[in-house]
Design a protein around this ligand. Structure first.
Ligand code: BTN
Length: 244
């Protein structure tokens, strides 16, 4: 994976979208400063200049049907978890693809897929990993960084290098059915609050708050929860929220 560093850009995801005819697939396009970082649900993504690893890349997911696109999220999340592991930091994936350390978010992932008929033509993967930032000004509820966890400063070039190796590995696995199966199994093994205990959740449609354990995440990305009553429910992204 090649690494291209931009001094300043509005959003690395937008940059890739606008320049994908000149940038090769699987090139990590990182920014020293990202002025209009985009998050999930139309939120902004806060990142202090030259403190964090903010980047995007794109690839052509051959052989992955739109109904299986969740595995791309899984691969990206696992690459981040492995990178943190390379620095002796233990992290988990909060469904669907936030990276958490205990109850705090260290990394967000924004994936934008273009679908044409029955195939995904291009997938843009944007990743914001908080590395050396120690103060967060936005109203993001629970941010944390590698430095806040360990007290150490990390050279961004080394974090980027480790990340690129892990991305090459997990995105390489996406090309075979067996590789995709192993990604899904590893994703389930690394799930935040995936230990079978009961946790509080909120059903977004009804505002109902209930206790449940994570029973499964389907290949489609649906979260299956087993309620205290024994009843199992299935939720798509944004249909259910974790509560603290
Ligand atoms: C989230 O809301 O959790 C997703 C945040 C994704 C942020 C990254 S930073 C690099 C890339 N460029 C963007 O504009 N967003 C993503």
């Amino acid at each position: 994976m090649e690494i291209l560093i931009l001094k300043e850009v509005d959003s690395t995801n937008t940059y890739i979208k606008e320049n994908c005819t000149t940038i090769k697939p699987m090139t990590m396009v990182a920014a020293v400063e990202q002025t209009s970082g985009r998050g999930q649900r139309g939120n902004c993504w806060e990142t202090e200049r030259s403190k964090n690893l903010v980047f995007s890349f794109y690839f052509h997911p051959l052989g992955i049907l739109p109904s299986q696109q969740f595995v791309i999220s899984e691969a990206a999340a696992l690459a981040v978890v492995s990178t943190l592991h390379d620095f002796d930091i233990s992290a988990n994936v909060k469904w669907p693809n936030d990276i958490y350390i205990d109850n705090k978010k260290i990394c967000g992932i924004l994936i934008e897929n273009s679908i044409l008929g029955t195939s995904i033509t291009t997938s843009i993967i944007g990743i914001g990993l908080n590395v050396n930032q120690t103060e967060f000004l936005s109203d993001a509820p629970n941010p944390v960084s590698m430095k806040l966890i360990t007290g150490r400063d990390y050279p961004l070039s080394i974090v980027a290098e480790k990340m690129s190796v892990n991305l090459d590995y997990f995105f390489g696995l996406l090309s075979t059915e067996k590789g995709r199966e192993s990604i899904h199994a590893l994703y389930l093994d690394n799930l935040w609050r995936g230990d079978g205990s009961l946790y509080p959740f909120k059903d977004v449609a009804t505002s109902d708050i209930f206790m449940a354990s994570i029973a499964d995440v389907e290949l489609t990305g649906h979260l299956c929860l087993k309620k205290e009553s024994g009843q199992t429910c299935r939720f798509a992204f944004k249909e259910v929220e974790f509560i603290k």
